[in-house]
Design a protein around this ligand. Structure first.
Ligand SMILES: [Zn+2]
Length: 472
């Protein structure tokens, strides 16, 4: 039995409270929120494959917004389940599409628990249709579901207050593929409403350092995630989907395969983001909304394949920047031979990091900064550990301070653990455990060298920068 790792690891307290209110009872299964309505309340949740007692829970996607639930119930009360089942029996093409939705639903569930593939499809059935709520929820989550699309046409918009101009961005990094869907701010200068934010670690950049090409299995895995993200963005009403790719794709000879997939699924051209642009997007996402008097700012973005150093006078607009080819995945692949890393591995890491910091120091006036902002998964995960969180709650982490002392202590702890031990930490995203030692070593080295005794950890980063640029 392997419980769904993602659902148990990341959840905001505020969402737990909201879903409890929507369901009118205590949720029985760990979940994450995969889609929201205008105003931010949960619309669709993704349940773990097993409930709190370890019993199978086949309904992976669950519609929770009470207005959406009522709207679909109205359609069901008009007798549509029976009518669509009749169509399923007599219309072969419709049947093929419904069966394909069931199969892809089962595959999606099995991502976290291979045994769960056998538990039938949408709404827990193998043939025909049982529950229109389940189909609609699957579609909103990014499922390719003909029945869900049919329901959408009949019930949307669920809320009259829904604003137009929704957009989405996908950030394809070396390690992870991330999605953000937003609705423009209700008033100028405000923050956009978040409708979906998601991350899957697909390791697209695995091996690029050595081979110069994207590995076929990593490419296939990533394109599956990309396609589902684009369907979700479109189901949530995003008119434009922007896909930016950084380091790994930037350096790969076969990046046109990925670019073709982007054209097909997102309907836009892949933007290969160069180092300077990546730095300015990280800065925009990391400092947007911060008080001007906290400036000048230094933003550090530790990625899998590159690390950006950016300084700017005020929030939003970057000044000097340097993008380096040092990243947590790249350093781990090149320099960490043992598990747990040996003394020799750690010294090699330190030496390579110091060499890159010499370059950064020469290019960017880091010491002039008053506030040091850390973005991306290394820093946010360290902070989740430092705060002692039992599950990853982005609301608790965003814009909280991580001290040098805590960062040093965590680096030492993590470096003593095996990959398996790190992967088992509650707040560690799947796939991050084996590269976080290198990432943490970068953060600690930067704080020590430039004299920062604390850093402001930010959940908003290049992904938010991509969306803010689209809305500007
Ligand atoms: Zn709603």
């Amino acid at each position: 039995m392997s419980p769904d790792p993602i659902a148990q690891r990341e959840l905001r307290d505020a969402d737990l409270v909201a879903v409890r209110g929507q369901l009118g009872r205590e949720p029985t299964t760990p979940f994450t929120v995969v889609a929201r309505c205008t105003g931010g309340h949960p619309l669709v949740i993704r349940n773990a494959t097993r409930d709190a007692h370890g019993d199978p829970f086949p309904t992976t996607y669950w519609l929770t917004c009470p207005d959406a639930v009522r709207a679909v119930a109205r359609v069901e009360s008009e007798g549509w389940i029976a009518r669509l089942n009749e169509r399923y029996e007599r219309d072969g093409e419709f049947r093929v599409h419904v069966d394909a939705a069931h199969a892809s639903y089962a595959r999606d569930r099995a991502r976290d628990d291979p045994e769960a593939q056998g538990w039938a499809g949408v709404g827990g059935t193998r043939r025909g249709l049982k529950c229109l709520h389940a189909h609609y929820a699957f579609r909103l989550a990014g499922g390719d579901d003909v029945v869900g699309a049919w329901v959408a046409e009949r019930v949307e918009p669920v809320h009259r207050a829904q604003r137009g101009g929704r957009v989405a961005a996908i950030d394809q990094g070396t390690n992870s593929c991330r999605l953000l869907v937003v609705e423009p701010p209700s008033e100028p200068g405000g923050a956009p409403d978040e409708l979906a934010r998601d991350m899957v670690i697909t390791r697209l950049g695995r091996g690029v350092e050595a081979t110069g090409v994207l590995a076929p299995d990593a490419l296939a895995r990533t394109i599956d995630v990309l396609a589902a993200y684009c369907r979700r963005a479109r189901a949530l009403g995003a008119g434009h989907i922007r896909v930016g790719a950084t380091s790994a794709v930037r350096d790969a000879a076969n990046r046109n395969v990925f670019a073709e997939a982007v054209r097909l699924h997102a309907g836009s051209e892949l933007e290969v983001i160069d180092g300077p642009h990546e730095a300015s997007l990280s800065y925009l996402g990391g400092t947007g909304g911060l008080k001007a008097e906290m400036g000048p700012f230094f933003v550090l973005d530790i990625g899998g394949g590159s690390t950006e150093f950016v300084v700017g006078a005020g929030p939003g607009v970057a000044g000097q920047a340097l993008s380096t080819r040092m990243g947590s995945v790249r350093l781990t692949e090149r320099l960490v031979a043992d598990d747990p890393p040996s003394r020799r591995d750690l010294l090699a890491l330190e030496a390579e990091i110091e060499r890159v910091l010499d370059e950064a120091e020469a290019a960017v006036p880091i010491r002039t900064a008053r506030t040091f902002v850390s973005v991306a998964g290394t820093a946010t995960t360290l902070q989740a550990m430092s705060l002692g969180l039992g599950r990853y709650d982005p609301d608790r982490i965003h814009r909280s301070w991580l001290t040098l002392r805590d960062a040093e202590r965590l680096l030492a702890e993590l470096a003593r653990m095996t990959n398996a031990e790190r992967a088992a930490i509650a707040v560690m995203a799947p796939g991050r455990g084996d590269v976080i030692v290198a990432g943490a070593a970068i953060l600690v080295a930067v704080m020590r060298r430039f004299g920062f005794d604390r850093t402001l950890v930010s959940e908003t980063d290049i992904l938010d920068g991509l969306v803010l640029e689209l809305l500007a």
